[in-house]
Design a protein around this ligand. Structure first.
Ligand code: PEP
Ligand code: MN
Length: 347
């Protein structure tokens, strides 16, 4: 439920409300708007909702108490009407600008990463991606350079000034990945790895949560809720395609998820057309479609020589293809933003 404090409620009144919430065994999440403080109350409230709502409504300084209808409370727009904006180094995600995350599927060597990082930075990428711990379908495929790869990513950040995103696969790796990277990625195969979600929720770094291969929007947002409820407000969602009956694309990009998410949640939404399609020549049209649908950003795999890539070469853009794509995405983004001044068009 949502406790809206009156405009001008005192700090003591706010603390008293939080004290009552804690005394009920529930958790208070405070959100300070320009005018007033809103306190989200989360926890299992079955069987005592009416009583708790009545008690809280009667406290001094409380304006209203309303239930949050969605099961994902902290992720819902009801709790947090304004868009969440994630700030990381000089990059801002979710403020209406276009985030371009680009880099190799896997970090293969210092040279390969630096060559890619220099090129994508020059082409206007705002975040550098690169996998050090790779979730591979086959145990015989390249599993990533691990900590050596994290070191190269940190060096590439120094070199380009771009924040770095990389996947973390295990709760025990969260601290070492958080030491090297600026944004932690939770991959598709781990979307419902609840101990991992809780661990990244405590890591003090923004998290990008990819949609599970067969996850509904609601399951995905419940996973985001794990991260938010562990105390991390900086969650970014990434639509990367879902498993359907078709086999001609690696996955099926759910473009409608983008405006739908913007409707129900305040979290920024990124589209990954590389894993969604599995085919290099489909990446550009699907990246453009993602931006046209209102995505806050795009994540694409880029490799200097895709045919020699150690993973996902078929879906990786060349350096030249990325530098051609970036301005096209910016053009479409500018057009969509022009239209979205009419709120009915996009959000
Ligand atoms: C990736 O982005 O490196 C990756 C493995 O993607 P996904 O989890 O979407 O398959
Ligand atoms: Mn990949």
């Amino acid at each position: 439920m949502l406790v809206a404090m009156s405009v001008g409620a005192t700090d003591q009144e706010i603390e008293d409300v939080k004290g009552h919430i804690a005394a009920e065994g529930l958790t208070a999440h405070e959100s300070r708007g320009l005018e007033r403080v809103v306190i989200g109350v989360v926890g299992d409230i079955a069987g005592r909702k009416e009583r708790v709502m009545g008690r809280l409504s009667a406290l001094p300084g409380v304006d209203s108490v309303t239930p949050i209808s969605r099961p994902f409370k902290l992720a819902s727009r009801e709790f947090h009407p304004a868009d969440t904006i994630v700030r990381v180094l000089g990059t801002i995600i979710g403020d209406g600008s276009l985030t371009l995350m680009a880099g190799p599927c896997s970090v293969e060597s210092r040279d390969q990463l630096f060559e890619t990082a220099d090129a994508v930075a020059a082409a206007g990428a705002t975040v550098l991606r690169g996998g050090a711990f790779k979730p591979r379908t086959s145990p015989y495929s390249f599993q990533g350079l691990g900590i050596e790869g994290l070191g190269y990513l940190a060096e590439a950040r120094e070199r380009t000034g771009l924040p770095v995103i990389t996947e973390v696969m295990e709760p025990t790796d969260v601290s070492v990945v958080a030491e090297h990277a600026d944004i932690l990625q939770v991959g598709t195969r781990n979307m419902q790895n609840f101990p991992l979600l809780t661990a990244v929720g405590r890591a003090g770094r923004p998290v990008m949560l990819k949609r599970g291969l067969a996850a509904t929007i609601e399951e995905w947002l419940m996973s985001a809720e794990y991260i938010l409820s562990a105390g991390n407000p900086d969650v970014i969602l990434c639509e990367r395609g879902i498993r359907t009956f078709d086999t001609w694309t690696r996955n099926t990009l759910d473009v409608a998820a983008v405006p739908l998410l913007h409707h129900v949640t305040h979290l920024p939404v990124v589209v990954d057309p590389s894993h969604a399609t599995g085919k290099r020549w489909l990446v550009r049209p699907m990246a453009l479609a993602g931006v046209a649908a209102g995505a806050d950003g795009i994540m694409v795999e880029v490799h200097p020589r895709p045919d020699e890539a150690w993973s996902d070469g078929e879906q990786s853009l060349t350096l030249g293809q990325f530098s051609d794509l970036a301005p096209m995405l910016r053009t479409i983004h500018g057009e969509v933003r022009g239209l979205s001044r009419d709120p009915l068009v996009v959000r």
